[in-house]
Design a protein around this ligand. Structure first.
Ligand code: CP
Length: 314
């Protein structure tokens, strides 16, 4: 594997999830693979799970890790080509990225969209700049439109709990007080469709996801109808793709135990962080059906299999 940016870099997402499951059984089997190799992690935004799971994965493979928080540690970066840099940004990504790559064997990057200009966000300028300008492999720790490490952990968790090939997976929109990226939901849809999972997406009218990621899923605007016979329910808030970056107020879309009762005793999933009693009610969060903590723990194996595949190619 050269870079890990989306489901398209995996060859077969199901095979990668199977490999992650093998690594989970024997996490230290490749503890020398990353010996003398350095992972650089660049965070343009906050993170708990992605940061800790990827760091631990690198340690399990014998790598050293350097982490930079852009807002605290770096000169302010300019991304536009041809800009006269007489304002706040002190360093251009054209100069900074090759320097970072010269100190690292793998670079991993976390950034969010502006949620102001859809066309610009969906161009994925930042992660693409890293791919183009770095001389080393790039791992997407969440970009403007996708979160592939999250989706790989989602797929691993579903495969671990799946009792039959025809399981029904429902991705349901949930309310939120802030506009959130579409990246987790886009990525979940992309990975489920690429893995041949039976996917239904339910959201209020106007909250449809980008067609390039959701085409192939069944779309149902009636949440209760969508939840019927579901084996897995993945809850996520996202801001509007069509009325870009705007929030939708529909508190009755919050996930509850009463709604889970409509399902086939479905496993409840969410990527975290979650605002309790806004996105998911306490009774559902703390129910036996929740595999949310298990899913967060699986982020480690998703990161470790991706680093393993990349290190094998170095
Ligand atoms: N799910 C997830 O990516 O969590 P963090 O933002 O804490 O990394």
């Amino acid at each position: 594997m050269k870079n890990f940016i989306s489901a398209n870099d995996t060859g077969d997402p199901n095979q990668l999830a199977l490999h992650a499951a093998e690594i989970k059984k024997n996490p230290h089997a490749n503890r020398k693979l990353g010996c003398n190799k350095v992972l650089g992690m660049i965070f343009f935004n906050s993170s708990l799970r992605t940061r800790m799971s990827t760091t631990r994965a690198a340690y399990n493979l014998g790598m050293k890790v350097m982490t930079l928080n852009v807002s605290a540690d770096l000169w302010q970066l300019e991304m536009e080509d041809g800009t006269v840099m007489d304002q706040g940004n002190a360093e251009h990504v054209r100069d900074a990225i090759p320097v970072m790559a010269s100190y690292c064997d793998v670079l991993a990057v976390r950034s969010f969209p502006t949620l102001v200009d859809r066309e610009e966000d969906y161009k994925e300028k930042l992660i693409n700049s890293f791919v183009q300008l770095a001389s080393c492999p790039i791992v997407n720790l969440e970009s403007a439109t996708l979160h592939p490490l999250q989706s790989l952990a989602d797929l691993l968790t579903i495969r671990e709990h799946q009792s039959n090939e025809k399981s029904k997976v429902v991705l349901t929109w949930a309310p939120h007080i802030k506009p959130l990226p579409q990246s987790v939901a886009n990525s979940f849809a992309q990975w489920m469709i690429a893995s041949d999972v039976n996917l239904t997406i339910t959201q209020p009218e106007g909250m449809e996801l980008a067609p390039q990621f959701s085409d192939g899923a069944l779309i149902e605007t009636n949440q209760e109808k969508a939840l019927q016979n579901a084996d897995f329910v993945y809850v996520k808030s996202w801001s509007s793709y069509t009325d870009y970056g705007k929030i939708h107020k529909a508190p009755n879309w919050m996930m509850t135990n009463t709604k889970l009762d409509l399902t086939n005793n479905a496993k409840l999933m969410h990527c975290l962080p979650v605002r309790r009693n806004v996105v998911i009610a306490d009774d559902a969060m703390d129910s036996d059906q929740s595999v949310i903590q298990e899913l967060a723990a699986n982020r480690l194996w998703a990161a470790q299999v991706v680093l393993t595949e990349i290190l094998k190619g170095l």
